[in-house]
Design a protein around this ligand. Structure first.
Ligand code: FAD
Length: 378
């Protein structure tokens, strides 16, 4: 149980601003942060987090609950190969630098002082100079723009019910084909095992998170590189029958939408989601009913397999996903499952009426309609 203190006076580093929070907490774990937030919610209090307290404004001040992050300052993981470091939000840069140094790593840019926390500099948009360098927040490794710039055919897979993400870069090369062979997958053992485990999970849905994590480990725990002809790289042998939804949302909404999907699954542990959620990106176009009409887009594909042809309950997942996609301005893939009707499409597509006029002119008797298209156009 985290204990709070009364009567603490907070002042920023320059002593230009200060405040007297009603309660002052120094949590040591995510669990304790949750406790403080639950208490604040219960008592209808406001909460402000403070890092190094170096902001020359009153941005960190509050008369409600103050959470000081000084005791959440550990380096959790260092991946030298990926140049990726996972730290707790309250670590001061002055403590981070020597830890990075030990591994031959360093931040590619930082502000003028280091007595500031990682979350403080990320949260306040701290910057330095160098026209090729973004603000410090752009070094956070889930930065989408840098991935998109780094690889012509970038995509990523999220394994629901876990923190696991697999990043896939695909690019042109002159190297000869050198496919990484793997007997476990080549002889389909992995597929048989997956189908069997997914079938078991139809009786024990709580296994799905475990299955997702296990297959992430089997598939992606090692860095893999292979070269092959493009039609062998872009396509794969799809062995499972499946239900799929795939909506296009504005590219800049990717992170928010994915985090909301994740939060929904965390808040509803009974809703199960098979892996992967595949996230792909496309350029905007001028095609009237293209889901990418006039905007660069992110397609977020969700999937529920049908092990041995058996349907797995998916309606709650489907509905929650659709609600999130709609909220972020999504447009469903025309060929994949969706529950939208003309009313929805009128809102989604600025040129919907224009398209309808053209369609009615070209097919005045409705000869080319079917029941799917009637839902779309009537
Ligand atoms: C001498 C000096 C030099 C500076 N030089 C530069 C510079 O070169 N470039 C530049 O851009 N800025 C500069 N700054 C500003 C400084 O980088 C920012 O004020 C930075 O936010 C300070 O980090 P902090 O950890 O002290 O954050 P705080 O001041 O403690 O907090 C800043 C904001 O971050 C939030 N925050 C902190 N921790 C968390 C968390 N764990 N979770 C959620 N929110 C959190 C706070 O609520 C607050 O809104 C300088 C400041 C000083 C005093």
């Amino acid at each position: 149980m985290v204990h709070g203190h009364k009567g603490v006076r907070f002042q920023n580093w320059a002593k230009t601003y200060g405040c007297s929070p009603e309660m002052y907490y120094q949590p040591t774990s995510v669990e304790e942060v949750r406790e403080v937030l639950a208490l604040a919610r219960q008592q209808n209090k406001r909460v402000k987090v403070v890092g190094g307290g170096h902001s020359p404004s009153d941005i960190a001040c509050t008369d409600g609950f103050m959470i000081h992050m000084g005791k959440m300052n550990r380096v959790l993981q260092v991946d030298k190969e990926k140049k990726q470091v996972t730290v707790e939000a309250g670590i001061l840069l002055v403590d981070l630098h020597p830890q990075l140094d030990k591994h031959g790593l360093a931040l590619s840019n930082l502000g003028a002082v280091s007595d500031v926390t990682v979350a403080g500099v990320i949260g306040s948009g701290t910057h330095n100079t160098g026209i090729k360098h973004g603000i410090l927040a752009t070094q956070v490794l889930d930065n989408l723009d840098s991935h998109l710039k780094k690889s012509e055919y970038f995509r990523f897979l999220w394994f629901p019910h876990s923190e696991n993400v697999s990043i896939i870069y695909q690019d042109h090369t002159n190297k000869p084909p050198s496919s990484a062979s793997n007997w476990f997958w080549d002889y389909a053992i992995g597929f048989y095992l997956l189908e069997f485990l997914l079938w078991i999970s139809t009786f024990l849905p709580c296994l799905v998170g475990w299955i997702n994590r296990f297959f992430f480990w089997l598939l992606f725990h090692r860095k893999k590189e292979s070269c092959n002809l493009s039609h062998k790289i872009f396509t794969y042998e799809c062995r499972f029958k499946q239900h799929v939804q795939d909506w296009a949302i504005p590219r800049e909404k990717t992170k928010e939408a994915l985090l909301e999907l994740k939060a929904m699954l965390e808040a509803h542990p009974k809703v199960v989601a098979h892996y992967p959620v595949e996230v792909r990106f496309t350029r905007g176009d001028e095609i009237l009913l293209s889901p990418c009409f006039q905007r660069d887009s992110c397609y977020m594909n969700i999937i529920m397999y049908r092990p041995y042809g058996k349907d797995v309950p998916r309606l709650d997942y489907w509905l929650a996903y659709e609600t999130i996609m709609k909220k972020f301005g999504g447009r469903p893939h025309w060929a994949k499952a969706h529950n939208c009707t003309r009313k929805d499409f009128e809102k989604m597509y600025p040129a919907f009426r224009k398209f309808c006029d053209i369609r009615e002119k070209l097919d005045p008797t409705g000869m080319f309609l079917n029941s799917y298209l009637e839902k779309v156009f009537y």
